[in-house]
Design a protein. Structure first.
Length: 387
């Protein structure tokens, strides 16, 4: 029986299609096998020895990962502080000669004085002798210019003003008392240890209402060189801002600052960081940054509490999510991904801002680390890091 030609052709075509389908299936299986092999090389399954490692050196997990990113990060640091007198502007009134206070023109601590105002009259045997010496030379040897100039210079060095010296020469007789004038404008108080302690913000906030009488009284004696009064300039103040340790590295001299006093929220002050104290005060965990400004028009009460925002320059650095790093006291640790798990790895950090931390060394942009390192910590063992 003869088979028609078209049936033979259909049979041959069916065999060809079946062979092609089998080949495609084999090729697909081979490709899948190759992909699985490559993936196994990239993410090898941890072997038994790896799984038996202690949790404080190696952790097997599938938690999300992250990497460091080299970006420019704007920094804004919040700080609290208070307004204090600028101690650079403190003037000291000293006794330039020994003597007895005959009259006192100021009576109260923190009394307002202005430049050129009378402070006290002093009787001084030393000054009396120097005046008599000058007048004697002028009367008996008026042509001895050198000796006269020397006598005048001595009186000027002892604290007499040119006008006082001229009046003595004009009167032709010594003055029994010499008036001491203030060379400064501000609040006056005694330059004693207790008074100088008032330079702290806590005490200074009460300066404007303090009316204690001065301990110096007429009839008391003063010694040459003795500091008698200090005068604080009420218009020259600074804002002392407390910067916490985790943020002080991001604050630099020259950074712009916006200050809002709590007593006058409508009086916003803009300035810059003028000085950062290089050490921590005893019992404090913060550094103090100072912002100098003129208080003549603002009239912010000294001692007022303030809030501040410090706008630091943009920091171009490697930044890592803060949750990816764990602090071990002096060291910072991340869990870097390798060999199918995570291994504790030490890094060096610098700035901390918001939810990011700056990585100085220990990681590259190719390294992947656990996004939240807290999830990989063993609560019953210490993290072991190989330096």
């Amino acid at each position: 029986m003869l088979i028609p030609n078209y049936k033979i052709i259909l049979f041959l075509l069916s065999i060809a299609v079946l062979q092609s389908s089998c080949k495609q299936k084999k090729d697909l299986q081979h490709a899948e096998h190759q992909m699985a092999h490559v993936e196994e090389k990239q993410n090898p399954e941890p072997d038994l020895n790896t799984l038996l490692k202690p949790a404080n050196t190696f952790v097997v997990s599938e938690i999300p990962v992250t990497t460091v990113k080299n970006t420019r990060q704007p920094i804004e640091v919040e700080a609290l502080g208070s307004i204090a007198y600028d101690t650079r502007q403190v003037g000291t009134i000293s006794a330039r000669y020994s003597g007895r206070i005959e009259r006192l023109y100021v009576q109260y601590r923190y009394q307002k004085v202005i430049k050129g105002q009378k402070i006290m009259d002093i009787y001084s045997p030393e000054l009396m002798t120097a005046q008599q010496n000058l007048l004697f030379i002028l009367k008996n040897d008026p042509d001895n210019i050198a000796l006269i100039d020397e006598a005048k210079q001595r009186l000027l060095l002892l604290g007499l003003t040119p006008l006082q010296l001229q009046n003595i020469i004009k009167a032709g007789k010594p003055s029994l008392t010499i008036t001491v004038y203030s060379n400064y404008t501000g609040h006056i108080h005694e330059a004693t240890a207790n008074a100088m302690a008032a330079s702290t913000p806590t005490e200074m906030r009460d300066m404007s209402v303090t009316t204690e009488q001065l301990s110096l009284k007429p009839g008391m004696y003063v010694q040459k060189g003795q500091s008698l009064f200090s005068v604080y300039n009420s218009n020259k103040v600074w804002a002392a801002l407390s910067i916490y340790a985790e943020t002080h590295m991001s604050v630099e001299v020259g950074d712009r600052v916006r200050i809002i006093p709590e007593t006058a929220p409508d009086k916003e002050i803009w300035g810059k960081i003028n000085f950062i104290e290089p050490f921590l005060e005893k019992g404090s965990k913060t550094l103090t940054a100072r912002v100098y400004f003129n208080n003549a028009s603002l009239q912010i009460p000294v001692g007022s509490q303030v809030k501040a925002a410090i706008y630091s320059n943009n920091k171009n650095a490697q930044w890592l999510p803060a949750s990816a790093a764990v602090s071990l006291g002096r060291n910072k640790v991340v869990f870097i991904k390798q060999n199918g798990g995570f291994k504790a790895h030490k890094i060096v950090t610098n700035l901390s801002y918001g939810d990011k931390v700056q990585v100085v060394s220990g990681l590259t942009e190719k390294d992947t680390v656990a996004q939240n390192a807290q999830y990989l910590m063993d609560s019953e063992s210490f993290i072991k890091v190989n330096d």
